[in-house]
Design a protein around this ligand. Structure first.
Ligand SMILES: C[S@@+](CC[C@H](N)C(=O)[O-])C[C@H]1O[C@@H](n2cnc3c(N)ncnc32)[C@H](O)[C@@H]1O
Length: 190
């Protein structure tokens, strides 16, 4: 059972059918490791997850979560900004996940930023296999997150329809500014 309010779960729901056993995938913002765990389960024993975060604390939490499920062998953890994606990932990937913002319960100053996020997304698109997708959870409820959203949306809207489908999921009857989701899928034949 999931609730449509859980935007990160909606991202999993959409990504799941795109991932085949043995695939390479990326978690661009490992955080506490919930997305990494989902990806590690989805790629199976022959697949591989590249996970990035700029905080050791986040990678440690992610590793602890993976060890609990004996999935750590499927994942390489990189203490690096996701804007260095192409430095680490050489294979074609089926999914790249972003859950932007700061580590829940952590230092709010250590948040994602529009310029590095955009650079990373461009690199992610270059690695994406036909039919693959990138999911981006946006957090407009804090200042930097809103700036990031306002600047990323025009980029997504400008992606050529001949090569990509872009969908935008948001909750329209909630108070404050709940998380939003953008999904970019690369066409099978382009
Ligand atoms: C909302 S949390 C991610 C939550 C995570 N996906 C999960 O399932 O628990 C955002 C994370 O992005 C990380 N981050 C910030 N800037 C980054 C960058 N340039 N590259 C990679 N990670 C970054 C933060 O340290 C933080 O841990």
């Amino acid at each position: 059972m999931y609730r449509i309010k859980q935007v990160t779960k909606i991202a999993h729901l959409l990504a799941k059918p795109v991932i085949c056993e043995g695939d390479f995938v990326v978690d661009a913002t490992a955080g506490n490791g919930y997305d990494t765990l989902f990806l590690a389960e989805s790629v199976g024993p022959r697949g591989h997850v590249y996970a990035f975060d700029i905080q050791e604390e986040a990678l440690k939490a992610t590793l602890d979560n993976l060890k609990r499920e004996s999935l750590e062998k499927r994942v390489s953890l990189h203490l690096s900004g996701h804007e260095n994606l192409l430095h680490y990932v050489k294979e074609e990937v089926s999914v790249v996940m972003y859950n932007l913002g700061y580590l829940p319960g952590g230092n709010r100053e250590l948040t994602t930023h529009y310029h590095t996020t955009l650079e990373s997304i461009k690199q992610g698109l270059s690695l994406l296999r036909p039919g693959g997708l990138i999911s981006i959870v946006l957090y407009p409820g804090h200042c930097e997150g809103n700036f990031e959203k306002e600047n990323l949306l025009p980029y997504f809207k400008g992606l050529p329809a001949s090569h990509y489908t872009v969908a935008y999921y948001n909750l329209i009857n909630q108070r404050h500014a709940p998380p939003e989701l953008v999904i970019v899928q690369k066409y099978l034949f382009s």
